[in-house]
Design a protein around this ligand. Structure first.
Ligand SMILES: [Zn+2]
Ligand SMILES: [Zn+2]
Length: 342
């Protein structure tokens, strides 16, 4: 089969021939119908400092956001059969460490498998995954490929209260944009979205943001205080990883509000006025990594069943897998995901 592999350290990746994976008893073989290019894949391609710190086991097949059809099942697989269509849960828990047993398998503490990071990924004609990482869904392939990031957006929102609350979405990449639409569906009273790109701000408005803030020309803290009568926002989702934005967020929070850290931060972080603005205000500052298995997925399916989300709007363009380098170039400023088709 054909696959995109990161062969060695440094910038780049190769389109290569590989044997089709052989499955173990608890695994399924999935024929990849569509796979999405995530910013983190672009980081792996570009060999950024964060990626350099991850000690990727090279060579490795890249990619983790995908939809496909089960074509073969291992002897112990009970819940799936050939012909089922599935999307992939990127995090593969061990299901026996203390973290898994305590109800947090998505952040398993025991050498968790991460598709495309320490086990072979979805930029390929076929991928093998354990049954526990296959989420049955029935969607057009390109839309199925963006379910994993959409579930990430949803997991971020469930870290705080949304209904009736004022939410700041800081950064309008695909997951930020998805957060805006999901927050409105979940009953947010007001969503304020930050970006520095006009196209993304326009998309944010279209998805339901009540106020968009252009970080280049407007002061985020000023706008948020004006929009909240000086109270600040109840919940902020931080997608930029920027020290400046993170400090502005701390200043924009309502007392006892919740900050959810999602953006990649690749340098030591300095927080100004931390005691006064965060500790004494009892802010909750939390991260998220992945999606709750399977609570987030169940909630996402329920929301999709309402028919209120047009998933196709998050699919910006489609390229053949062989053209992944063109896709990487095209992905820079689009308001959504680029899809690769094997
Ligand atoms: Zn991703
Ligand atoms: Zn575990």
């Amino acid at each position: 089969m054909k696959a995109i592999r990161k062969l060695e350290k440094g910038v780049g990746a190769e389109y290569v021939d590989l044997p089709t994976p052989e499955i173990a008893a608890d695994e399924v073989l999935v024929k990849v119908e569509a796979t999405a290019l995530c910013k983190s894949d672009v980081d792996v391609y570009n060999w950024t400092p964060v990626v350099q710190g991850l000690t990727l086991p090279l060579p490795i097949t890249m990619g983790h956001e995908f939809m496909g059809e089960v074509v073969e099942t291992g002897a112990y697989v009970k819940g799936l059969a050939a012909g089922d269509r599935v999307v992939g849960e990127t995090h593969i828990p061990c299901n026996h460490c203390h973290v898994c047993l305590a109800g947090h398998p998505h952040i398993c503490a025991n050498n968790m498998g991460v598709i495309g990071r320490n086990i072979d990924g979805s930029f390929a004609e076929y991928i093998k995954i354990p049954e526990i990482a296959a989420i049955k869904m029935d969607l057009p392939a390109e839309q199925g490929a963006v379910m994993e990031p959409m579930a990430t957006a949803l997991h971020g929102l469930t870290k705080g209260e949304v209904s009736g609350k004022t939410i700041a979405v800081l950064g309008c990449g695909t997951i930020g944009l998805m957060s805006i639409e999901l927050a409105k569906i979940m009953g947010a009273a007001k969503v304020i979205a930050l970006s520095t790109t006009d196209e993304k701000l326009a998309k944010a408005s279209q998805l339901g943001a009540d106020r968009v803030v252009n970080g280049k020309t407007e002061d985020l803290v000023e706008v948020i205080m004006e929009e909240t009568k000086g109270q600040g926002v109840d919940l902020a989702l931080e997608y930029t990883g920027s020290q400046t934005v993170i400090n502005q967020m701390i200043l924009s929070m309502r007392t006892a509000g919740t900050c959810v850290m999602i953006g990649m931060i690749d340098k030591p972080l300095t927080l100004e006025n931390y005691m006064l603005k965060a500790v004494y205000k009892e802010l909750v500052i939390t991260g998220i990594f992945g999606r709750r298995i399977y609570q987030t997925w169940e909630l996402l399916k329920a929301i999709l069943e309402t028919g209120r989300i047009d998933v196709s709007q998050y699919v910006c363009d489609t390229f053949a897998l062989a053209d992944f380098e063109k896709a990487i170039k095209a992905s820079k400023s689009v308001p959504g995901r680029i899809i690769l088709k094997p």
